[in-house]
Design a protein around this ligand. Structure first.
Ligand code: ARG
Length: 568
């Protein structure tokens, strides 16, 4: 499809002798259609060109007065461009109908590989809402990149290694029972973990004992390994239930433990590059010159840390996947951690250090309450999801009691509501999960967008043969002339650009917000115009628009990991 913005930005840039990207970055899509379909504010150019903005706009208006535009206008320092509406509508809607589920995709990433490290919950601890957020954002980034042609490798970097396993082994040996763990799974592991912390406050020697067990584990002690493996299996089985509900999967579950045998090599490399320094028996990389505390690489007892394993993992991934970029999705509490070890990789002399990006996100609370694992006050995520699904089922029961596959739709919409809630704001913002807001069919929510899609599908269903693809392809775009119709066309047009921006900014919320905009535009159109009518030509044009909206809503939802039921 013609990228109008890029096209006109190039023309203008050529005329002004400036880079096209700079012009494109200034261009806007005016909210008010009276101000054009595309506009260039000339104020910032004014300084550079030493000319009044109005004058620049005047000159550009003359230069662009060709037959591809309906008209160009210079208005208070803005250059406003007005498209030929019928031609624009024809091009956009035909493109959507033709491309279908590929609409909005591009091949920008062809031949490139992105490793996306997300979800990454910790073994023996409940799946936390922060891990849900990581899962949702990472999964969306995975889909967005794939849609743009990248080869994506989704890695679940499980927190399956570290001193906490020493603690768990000590706790199990003191207070644990195999049967209780088999029966209660992670809940029992969490109980032991909490018990350890309580006991260790009174008996500090326990910490020492725990460290010793972890050191044994790192050295491959059979008893330690066996218990550890068991804790991992119990935990993974529970995590799988959540991934199953969310329909998320990974290409690799290589967690922190996977790098255990790769640590000595990484440490050796750090040492030979003169980066390691001994400090009271521990080994670290000094980062004072970069205003950061040192990155601890080995403890006094020789055991590794989170940092060490991340460095080893990056080296391994570069070798194994030949990535062009790696994305790490975690809570912003880990900002320093990533800054530190990215720096370490850079100091090791690897240019690809700047291909590593930390995609940080804000805290999650539920109904205004924060959560903490150590104290044990966590809402189990699986419960949150199943309760949401239950509430949606009640709503469906009320609104549409004869819906055939209620269970499946309730899952799709319930899960969609939770995912959408996570993605409805810029990722760095703290968010709250509030039942009433997240589940509303009217607000800016997942159910609202899904419902809009289902509504579009229902109109198409009622049209029967009249909505056959061949029928729709013959639509007459000149009949789409109302403001409401134009607003839908414009929203459809914007999709490709938004997907690309979401990829560049690593910000899936841009697609969530886009989906709300499109849904709102569609609903305005739907309320303002009769789609099914006696006037067959008009009906065909409107049905084509409805079909294009349904396709684009579905594509947008799919990119953020949400399903789009045809009926709800
Ligand atoms: N397991 C970690 C946590 O829960 C997140 C791991 C993120 N990935 C990484 N490569 N460090 O905090």
């Amino acid at each position: 499809m013609i990228q109008y913005k890029a096209y006109y930005a190039a023309k203008i840039a050529n005329r002004l002798g400036m880079p096209a990207e700079d012009i494109a970055a200034l261009m806007e899509y005016p909210q008010d259609a009276k101000l054009g379909d595309l506009a260039l504010p000339c104020f910032r150019l004014s300084k550079q060109l030493k000319k009044a903005p109005g004058l620049i706009a005047d000159e550009l208006k003359e230069a662009l007065a060709d037959d591809e535009l309906a008209r160009a206008e210079s208005q208070s320092g803005y250059l406003n461009l007005y498209f030929h509406r019928a031609r624009f509508a024809e091009e956009v809607v035909q493109e959507v109908l033709k491309a279908g589920e590929q609409y909005g995709s591009q091949r920008i990433g062809e031949g490139k590989t992105v490793v996306i490290d997300y979800s990454s919950p910790n073994i023996a601890k409940p799946f936390h809402v922060a891990h849900l957020r990581s899962t949702v954002i990472g999964h969306a980034l995975n889909r967005i990149h794939s849609f743009l042609g990248y080869r994506c490798v989704g890695v679940n970097h499980l927190g399956d290694w570290g001193t906490q396993f020493g603690k768990l082994i000590v706790a199990y040996k003191r207070w644990g029972e195999a049967a209780a763990i088999t029966e209660r799974g992670i809940d029992e592991l969490l109980r032991l973990y909490v018990a350890f912390h309580e006991a260790a406050e009174k008996e500090p020697a326990l910490e020492q004992e725990a460290r010793a067990w972890f050191a044994k584990l790192e050295q491959g002690d059979p008893e330690a390994l066996k218990l550890w493996r068991w804790f991992v299996d119990i935990s993974l089985a529970e995590f799988q239930k959540i991934y199953e509900l969310l329909k998320v999967s990974f290409d690799s579950y290589a967690g922190e433990s996977f790098y255990n045998d790769k640590l000595p090599e990484a440490i050796e490399e750090l040492r030979s590059k003169g980066l390691l320094e001994q400090d009271e028996g521990a080994w670290l990389v000094r980062l004072d010159a970069y205003d950061m505390p040192p990155a601890l690489m080995l403890k006094q007892d020789g055991s590794s840390l989170y940092h060490t394993r991340d460095v080893a993992a990056a080296l391994y991934r570069k070798r194994h996947y030949q990535f062009d970029k790696v994305i790490y999705v975690t809570d912003y509490a880990q900002n320093l951690h990533f800054k530190q070890w990215f720096k370490v990789v850079e100091l090791m002399g690897y240019e690809w250090a700047d291909e590593l990006s930390h995609v940080a996100f804000g805290r999650v609370s539920i109904e205004g309450k924060g959560l903490s694992t150590r104290k044990g006050n966590v809402i189990k995520l699986e419960e949150l999801l199943t309760q949401t699904i239950g509430k949606i089922r009640e709503i469906i029961e009320e609104r549409n009691p004869h819906l055939p596959n209620k269970e499946e739709v309730a899952r799709q919409v319930g899960v969609g509501a939770v995912i959408f809630n996570d993605l409805s704001n810029n990722r760095i913002k703290d968010i709250d999960f509030n039942w009433e807001n997240a589940l509303s069919f009217e607000g800016e929510t997942g159910p609202y967008v899904q419902y809009t899609h289902a509504r579009a599908c229902s109109v198409l269903g009622k049209a029967g043969e009249a909505a056959h693809p061949e029928e729709l392809a013959a639509f007459d775009a000149s009949l789409l002339s109302t403001e409401e119709e134009m607003r839908v066309v414009k929203a459809l047009y914007l999709f490709e650009e938004r997907v690309e921006q979401a990829m560049r900014k690593l910000e899936p919320s841009m697609i969530a917000r886009y989906a709300v905009d499109l849904a709102q535009a569609f609903n305005h159109f739907y309320h303002a115009s009769k789609v099914l009518s006696e006037d067959k030509a008009l009906q065909r044009a409107r049905l084509a628009l409805v079909q294009a909206a349904a396709i684009t809503l579905e594509n947008g939802l799919r990119l953020i990991g949400i399903e789009a039921p045809r009926q709800m």
